[in-house]
Design a protein. Sequence first.
Length: 351
Amino acid sequence: MRLRAAVLALALTASLGAAPVGAQEPTAARSDDNPLAGRTWGVYKGKADQAWMPYVNATGKRKNLLAKIALRPKAKWYGAWIPDKDIEATVRKHIAVAVDGDPEALFSASVFRMVPWEHPACDRLPTLAEQKSYKRWIRGFARGVGETHAMLVLQPDGPFALCVPRDSPIPSRLIRYAARKLSRLPHASVYIDGGSFDWTSVDEALEILVPAGVEYARGFALNSTHYVGTGDEIRYGAEVVAALEEQGISGKHFVINTAANGKPFYGYDYDGPNFDNAETCTSKDDTSCVTLGIPPTADVADPTWGLTDEENALATAYVDGYVWVGRPWLYMQNDPFVMARALAVARTTPY
């Protein structure tokens, strides 16, 4: 509790004198050093986004509902399914579509490149060939991003770094390589996935972030594939910032995935058949189910979001943005697009 009180005191001090937060454009925000604020967030509108063509082909009420997904700035996912030789050109093409000629627009992406990852990462380490491929792919991705203003979430499901065989440092060193390489780009803001309030303790978050090179990054990302409430993640993230500060890693900020937490719940409370494909809400009155959360924005303290004064103070001090990394309209947040899920989360969102 002492840590939480100290964090809040620091946040209140940091927020004094900050420009009033308005609710005009969804991407407007405080005018400090936040690299995500004060610029348009680009929306990728093309076939590489599974939600795009269903939206294009829809009509009437269905089209209006799907617009809540298709027309929002979502983090485009990139991983080993794109070959090393193709990643640079692929990223360049997607950026061109998303920013639509605006050199100040923000491109959002999620780098999900580690092989093996998730549960397979608990059973074996990357081979030497896979390690070389990873670095080659990252270099290509970095060239593709170039001078674009970019919000990059690095390696979602970060806690799987804690289960690797023999506590090997190899996966973390690869993520560290990516964090350092991508953070050298002139306008890229890198956020390393640090887990979630319901998944990791503060100490575990540091076990993930410090070896992965958070010192080089803008900060870290939370809730990338989970459904925790935004307020819980704000308070938790502020404690992680303070813990990093105690280790001499100062000035870090974070982003929170809000794609699926409109009716939040904790992972250990879920008793359905598949957490990654958790049940969607059926009405706006439902609780503890999957629906769209706060739309992507750098306006983190807008009264519309319904956060407490404490949460707004912490968010103003430490949160760069609410971003959509998760994809609850897809099967397993991966593939394919599921119309019933998409319509359900769009129809029941409180936002």
